[in-house]
Design a binder for this molecule. Structure first.
Ligand code: BGC
Length: 762
């Protein structure tokens, strides 16, 4: 391993090795002295260089790739890099910065580590379905261990955008529709990545994204406009970002979208008034990929000169890839349009991040080949990935106890995703080694291959739609050249000679994630044709879904005997799915984004308002808030997920019918496992404020408990809430509670609940 002791430069003050996240006054003083000293030596050009992030070129997500990276680093024009990793690749670039530039300032290395680095966990929407905050934190801890061993010190995660429109492909990257749960997950992930301290170089700096409201793009079309009331913003969309900031996230990424007429990357209210002044964020803000330049298209200026000023004025510190800062800030200073002090502020924030990560003391502290080899994809991590995948799989349907399968007889394992490796690690798995992922076929063979006859057939391509194939690229889809009917016939023959069909269908990994909006969110028609042909055999059919968003699954729900939502479950997907199929693991996950019956219902989310004419099921009652052609119900409500066992809920008992501000209300219910299997249940607590100074949602998640019950066992589950939990943005946008009547609901999902009433008095 090459690890040169480096003498940065003759500084009066030396850099400490790394930062403990709770900054003591002494540490702060030392850091300030170090950075003051360094900045006193920096030219304006060198300061501007720190605000520039370049992409080394692979896996880029935008149209522009940085050119002349090495030369630019050497000139001091680069503060951070993205899209490279491995100790060797990082060391080479870091060496240029710390050995060949005048001030030898180390680089930050950022990467999209979204659901694991090399060991890939389920996509975030899948992880969220586990409602397992400790486990989610652990996945981020492991991702940090692998990434930091692989040269990376900064991850572009967590993505905490609340999303209520499954047409938006990026719903896959976040934790779904709920503000409260999203906030808990945001915090857990920041803690997992960053830990309490960067002292042991196995942590990375988190970057909360995409600030802000990116999940609310109009019509679910990526990069589109967001126009939202202040109330909805503060009530529903902003809290997860705030939770991540409060958890100490070191950086924030601005989003692509505009917010009420001003793009996030040029939005001073957002970046300065809210983020810095109101929330007290003291890390640095990087834009999303070329987002400053894109403000020209938004109509915020004609040239990069114009928009660089808009971004800096708004409070952006670092320009990802677009080089608008690099090309224009000096001139803007010369022209008196930007103050040198503004550049100083941004530069200081970037240098502080480097200091905290310990990069000044040892720029190579994340570059250790031996550590990388020992750490990456080690057995414990793969075990954690299997566990995370199992806990993320949602049982959507299970008629007549079709599942779990018996380890006897024969199975027709059919579908384009049944022996797939690439798709199952999902979108945003850039460093993931898909060849190492376990397919469903491999998982089933490993678990039951000796006892069960497996008749495998691909049966269909993921899609045969030319339009879609052109957009996704034929390589990505790996389509079979055989005619569709030939593939279907082969599958039907396999089904006919088997006891049961297990059909693995869904999306390719590229059908969700960035720039992957869909207007129809069903199973692509090539696969639907296959499913219909399989159904016609009359054999029982289990559908295993792989996808990155809630899908419309009406036909599947009506026709499958059992259905498992496995998302894109990561490196160990096949092993986890086999465990669930054969009952080695009893599924417990619950969806965190509503599955609509039809796209026309979108946006559809559980915490909606009541309207003045709520539809209550009587379709002859015409003048109600409803459709003529479909009910208002989702196919699967938020929080829904079955188990191989059954749970019953007793009445909701309250410690009192009234509470005063500050008092605790105890809520309890008895949950009983009434089925044959041991199982885990996610017990959910919701409330409703009946009357308010502004209208309130019909339900809001307030808490949950994940409990394990042996078959036949009962447990009293207790919750407490107080006036603090009942706060909201009132008519004056004050975050407060209002006395009055409330309902409390406890249940197995947001629809199937038991309720009780209480009053909050003055
Ligand atoms: C995405 C970000 C990502 C960035 C860097 C952008 O296109 O929106 O989520 O972090 O690229 O890869």
């Amino acid at each position: 391993m090459l690890r040169k002791p480096i003498l940065l430069f003759m500084l009066m003050v030396s850099a400490s090795s790394a930062f403990s996240q709770a900054v003591s006054p002494a540490q702060q003083k030392k850091m300030d002295a170090f950075i003051n000293n360094l900045m006193s030596k920096m030219t304006l050009d060198e300061k501007i260089g720190q605000l520039n992030q370049v992409s080394v070129g692979f896996d880029v997500t935008g149209p522009i790739v940085s050119k002349n990276v090495n030369e630019n680093i050497e000139k001091g024009n680069v503060g951070a890099v993205l899209n490279t990793y491995t100790p060797d690749a990082v060391r080479k670039l870091q060496q240029i910065a710390v050995e060949h530039t005048r001030l030898k300032i180390p680089l930050l290395f950022g990467y999209d580590v979204i659901h694991g680095h090399k060991t890939i966990f389920p996509i975030p929407l899948g992880l969220a379905s586990s409602w397992d905050l400790d486990m989610i934190k652990q996945t981020a801890t492991i991702a940090a261990q692998e990434a930091s061993a692989d040269g990376i010190n900064w991850v572009f995660s967590p993505m905490v955008d609340i999303a209520r429109d499954p047409r938006w492909g990026r719903i896959a990257e976040g934790s779904g529709e709920d503000t409260w749960l999203g906030s808990q997950i945001a915090k857990a992930m920041v803690q997992g990545y960053q830990g309490d301290t960067y002292l042991n170089n196995d942590k990375v700096m988190a970057c909360v994204k995409h600030f802000a409201l990116y999940g609310a793009v109009e019509a679910g079309r990526d990069y589109n406009t967001v126009d939202m009331s202040e109330r909805r913003m503060f009530q529903d969309y902003l809290p997860p970002y705030k939770a991540a900031v409060d958890a100490g996230a070191g950086s924030v990424m601005s989003s692509f979208n505009e917010i009420n007429g001003v793009p996030a990357s040029g939005n001073k209210w957002l970046m300065t008034d809210l983020l810095r002044k109101k929330w007290g964020f003291n890390g640095f803000v990087v834009t999303d990929y070329t987002a400053i330049n894109e403000m020209i298209m938004h109509g915020m200026g004609e040239t990069t000169y114009d928009v660089a000023k808009v971004a800096l004025d708004a409070g952006i510190d670092m320009d990802m890839v677009g080089e608008a800062f690099l090309d224009n800030l000096k001139q803007l200073v010369k022209d008196g349009k930007v103050q040198p002090s503004q550049i100083d502020i941004a530069c200081r924030r970037v240098l502080e991040a480097k200091y905290k990560l310990g990069l000044f003391a040892d720029p190579y502290r994340y570059c250790n080949d031996e550590r990388a080899q020992k750490t990456i994809m080690k057995p414990e991590f793969l075990e954690a990935a299997t566990e995370a995948a199992k806990r993320s799989i949602v049982l959507l349907k299970n008629s007549n106890n079709t599942l779990p399968l018996k380890t006897t007889g024969s199975i027709a394992l059919i579908g384009p995703l049944a022996d797939d490796h690439r798709d199952m690690i999902g979108p945003w798995s850039g460093a993931g080694d898909w060849q190492k992922s376990v397919s469903v076929l491999e998982g089933i063979k490993k678990l039951a291959g000796n006892q069960v006859q497996i008749n495998y057939a691909k049966g269909a391509n993921i899609t045969n739609d030319d339009w879609m194939i052109k957009r996704l690229g034929a390589d990505q889809l790996n389509n079979d050249a055989r005619p569709a009917n030939e593939m279907i016939d082969e599958a039907v023959n396999a089904a006919k000679k088997s006891d049961i069909i297990v059909a693995v269908v869904g999306e390719s990994y590229g059908m969700s994630g960035e720039a992957a909006s869909r207007s129809e969110i069903g199973i692509p028609s090539a696969q639907e044709d296959l499913l219909k042909a399989l159904k016609a055999t009359g054999k029982p059919m289990v559908i295993i879904l792989m996808n990155g968003r809630p899908l419309t699954l009406k036909w599947e729900n009506d026709n499958a005997d059992a259905m498992l939502e496995t998302w894109f479950a990561g490196t160990e997907a096949g092993n986890a799915i086999a465990d669930v199929l054969f009952g080695e693991y009893n599924p417990s996950a619950k969806i965190t984004a509503t599955f609509p019956q039809d796209v026309g219902q979108i946006p559809l989310y559980y915490s909606h308002k009541n309207t003045g004419r709520p539809y209550q099921g009587d379709f002859t009652d015409r003048y109600k808030s409803r459709y003529l052609d479909i009910s208002n119900d989702p196919l699967y409500p938020f929080g829904f997920g079955l188990s191989y066992t059954t749970f019953t809920y007793g009445d909701v008992k309250l410690s009192s019918n009234t509470i005063k501000p500050g008092q605790l209300l105890q809520i309890s219910t008895t949950v009983t496992n009434t089925g044959k299997y041991d199982g885990t249940e996610i017990v959910q607590l919701y409330t409703r404020q009946m009357v308010g100074s502004v209208t309130r949602p019909v339900e809001e998640l307030k808490n949950f408990k994940k409990i394990f019950l042996k078959a036949g066992e009962s447990q009293v589950v207790n919750f407490t809430i107080s006036s603090a939990d009942l706060r909201f943005y009132d008519i004056n946008m004050k975050y407060t509670y209002e006395p009055g009547d409330f309902k409390v609901f406890v249940g197995t999902n947001s629809r199937d609940v038991k309720e009780a009433n209480f009053k909050l008095t003055n």
